[in-house]
Design a protein around this ligand. Structure first.
Ligand code: SAM
Length: 384
């Protein structure tokens, strides 16, 4: 069933759906003659709710379970210069045509509307956000909208050269992915030879004013789970935050199996056996459980979406590079905001539809339910 009152579409695999069947998807619609349509042609767009007409700025964005949505992840491209084995396929051409992606102005408009509805944190991601030209300017535009907490997730390859520009644009903090400290293994995982560049990117971020700098590793059994202690030592030596993420069923090759996922409890047990850990308080909606080392520098974060789901306090929604709103990484439905943007809908109309979709946000991701099926869009097309 469609969830929002505007085009909701079953996601249709790697490139997402280029076109969606719109018929029958609106609960309440009006006929509208929009820009860009041939004379005499009309399409249906959803009718705004009275609330949206009255002023979408005044009411927090809540779902039906009472969770307030304050965090937005914006995927600015599905392209990536890495082809991590646990994330995307080896095919370098497996990405959407550029014309399907939102333009910067369109992203900015949606973020402006969402900031008006209470979004305070925005993370720019992808694909690899640094491969899309103009991302620094986009960061500056987001900052000017009054985003309180502006961050980016990157593979770090292009970061050393771009770090200063990102900071000048207003970036507050950064997450860098690093799945192995072993050069040969790193190259196998990413299918690149960029280890030195990524380490230079981490160094550049660490010696900059970006704070905090978080380094993220997805642990996959038999691939890099032997490096748990080495990653912890890395956090201690460099005085940075090293986060361990459980492998989720979002990989392009559909190779995920539960036994390939390394539970956060195991990571905690192994690290604390070597270096006693002290819990650090965290906000309820934070994904990571955080620990300091009792004897010194560095921090670790454990992100356990599979073994300790944190859906009950989820405050996140996601905007895909092609303008779809997703209320969960594992959503079965996409909600097409590009259609509204390009159809000439007003800000209030778009806000009304966002509110309706958010209200129906999933209670949880259901990975651990017997009838779980992974979404057909994988991580790289959703935005991590
Ligand atoms: N290119 C950027 C990067 O490498 O960080 C941003 C996009 S990437 C999809 C975002 C994050 O998702 C990375 O930390 C990546 O390791 C993580 N990721 C990708 N596939 C995953 C999966 N199946 N399970 C858990 N995390 C995953």
């Amino acid at each position: 069933m469609a969830r929002g009152r505007f085009p909701a579409c079953r996601d249709k695999g790697p490139g997402g759906n280029a076109s969606s069947s719109l018929a029958g998807l609106f609960r309440r619609t009006r006929v509208w003659k929009g820009e860009g349509l041939a004379p005499g042609k009309s399409r249906q767009i959803p009718r705004p709710s009275p609330i949206a007409d009255l002023g979408f700025l005044l009411i927090p964005l809540l779902d039906k379970f009472g969770r307030q949505i304050t965090d937005l992840r914006v995927s600015v491209t599905d392209r990536c210069n890495f082809r991590c084995v646990y994330c995307r396929s080896a095919d370098p051409d497996n990405h959407m045509p550029h014309a399907e992606l939102l333009e910067w102005d369109e992203f900015e408009r949606l973020v402006r509307i969402l900031v008006g509805m209470g979004i305070r944190k925005v993370r720019v991601t992808g694909g690899e956000p640094l491969v899309r030209p103009g991302v620094e300017n986009f960061i500056a535009r987001l900052k000017a909208l009054g985003v309180h907490d502006l961050s980016m997730t990157t593979n770090g390859y292009l970061l050393a050269d771009r770090c200063k520009g990102l900071i000048a644009a207003g970036l507050d903090r950064i997450n860098i992915s690093l799945d192995s400290l072993d050069r040969a293994k790193f190259e196998r995982v990413t299918r690149t030879t960029t280890f030195d560049d990524v380490m230079a990117g981490i160094d550049a971020a660490h010696s900059s004013q970006l704070r905090p700098v978080k380094v993220n590793a997805v642990l996959v059994r038999g691939l890099n789970d032997d490096e748990v202690e080495a990653f912890a030592a890395f956090a201690r030596e460099r005085d940075l935050i090293m986060r361990f993420i459980e492998f989720m069923p979002l990989d392009a090759d559909r190779a995920w199996r539960r036994d390939l996922m390394v539970p956060a409890a195991e990571v905690h047990r192994r690290i604390s056996a070597r270096w006693p850990l002290v819990p650090v308080p965290h906000e309820r909606s934070e994904t990571a459980r955080k620990y300091k080392f009792e004897d010194g520098r560095g921090e670790i974060g454990l992100i356990a979406p599979v073994t300790q789901p944190f859906c009950g306090h989820c405050s996140r929604i996601r905007l895909t590079a092609d303008g779809k709103l997703r209320t969960c990484l594992f959503s079965k439905d996409d909600h097409d905001l590009k259609f509204l943007l390009r159809g000439g809908a007003s800000d209030a109309e778009i806000a009304g539809e966002i509110r309706a979709v958010v209200e129906e946000k999933e209670k949880g991701h259901r990975i651990n339910e017997p009838d779980f099926h992974p979404p057909s869009r994988t991580m790289v097309f959703i935005g991590g």
